[in-house]
Design a protein around this ligand. Structure first.
Ligand code: ING
Length: 319
């Protein structure tokens, strides 16, 4: 039945800086084979799935940074994955670093593509919420230089009619911002696919490590529930170049329930049966946007970027 299919998440364990694209593509193909053997029609891979998470390093030499980028997609290294997808009739989401010339200028984005069951690229998304900082901070045990290496995505949060439903994409930090899911929710999205690379703890230790998983599941479960959409979030996990990356890849139902979750920090397949029509319950009742939203009261959401608290109160009003 249209919109009913088995969905797979293809979590990756660590990718070493020296690992070749070919070796990673082999791992992705092995996960795709397993997904197909289980009957899956779509598999979601992580963010920046072809290389190690290079924004953890400050590299002053642009040529060194560019070695982590793809200038074409597909390209020779990734073509076997596209060919396998077409052969097996399985679609996929793939995150990678995109370097392209646009308007006579070289542009670099943290990108994800959606490839259909015939191996055709049907959608592209460029990461909008870039966490971290643009300049290296020497005192940090590892950097997070996405603001240095990537531009803010210029494609918005589109959705596509494919796989018998309405599918959308996001990347990693995007999942922490409710606007990401709501903008796609306002386009009727029924499945949001996203990959992530999330260190298992705060580098400055300002937060109990278990909260990483709490915030991850809180973000994807609320995004799913509040917009009546499935969410499939897939990690690059494990000890990667000395930085422990969290796992917790998960598939969440439109009711906000976790349907499947990874148990390891390695290459692991998670599976869940998807019925995109199940999104309609929330979309036509609790979160019937047309019935219940009051946009005349939401202006600050798009007119104000940073918080602006009110002026100080009356001193004797303190408790
Ligand atoms: N990684 C992390 C993420 O948003 C982060 C960065 C972790 C930001 C924890 C805030 C808190 O999951 C990427 N790649 O965005």
């Amino acid at each position: 039945m249209k919109g009913t299919f088995l969905l797979a998440g293809g979590q990756l364990g660590p990718i070493a800086r020296t690992d070749t694209r070919a070796s990673v593509v082999k791992r992705l193909m092995a996960l795709m084979h397993r997904a197909h053997a289980a009957g899956a029609r779509l598999i979601v891979f992580p963010e920046l799935a072809l290389t190690t998470f290079f924004p953890r390093w400050y590299m002053p030499d642009q040529a060194e940074v560019d070695a982590f980028f793809e200038t074409e997609m597909p390209n020779a290294a990734v073509q076997p994955l596209f060919d396998l997808a077409a052969k097996l009739g399985i679609g996929f989401y793939l995150g990678y670093a995109e370097k392209t010339v646009q308007g006579g200028r070289t542009r670099r984005f943290n990108t994800a593509i959606l490839v259909d069951t015939k191996g055709r690229i049907v959608g592209k998304y460029r990461k909008i919420h870039l966490p971290g900082h643009a300049e290296p901070v020497p005192s940090y045990p590892w950097q997070h230089l996405e603001k240095r290496y990537f531009e803010v995505g210029d494609l918005g949060f589109p959705v596509w009619r494919t796989m018998g439903g309405i599918l959308g994409m996001a990347i990693c930090n995007d999942r922490r911002w409710p606007e990401t899911f709501r903008v796609m929710g306002l386009q009727g999205v029924e499945l949001v696919m996203l990959g992530y690379n999330t260190p298992a703890m705060n580098r400055m230790g300002g937060e109990a490590p278990h909260l990483r998983m709490v915030h991850h599941t809180l973000s994807i479960q609320s995004g799913a529930y509040q917009n009546g959409t499935y969410v499939c979030a897939v990690a690059k996990a494990g000890m990667e170049e000395g930085c422990l990356m969290m796992g917790g890849s998960a598939i969440v139902s439109p009711a906000g329930e976790i349907m499947a979750q990874a148990a390891s920090l390695e290459d692991e397949l998670i599976l869940a049966p998807i019925d995109l029509d199940a999104c309609q319950f929330n979309k036509t009742t609790v979160f019937n946007f047309a019935e219940h939203r009051r946009i005349e009261h939401y202006a600050l959401i798009t007119s104000r970027t940073g918080a602006e608290p009110p002026p100080p109160g009356d001193p004797d009003s303190e408790i």
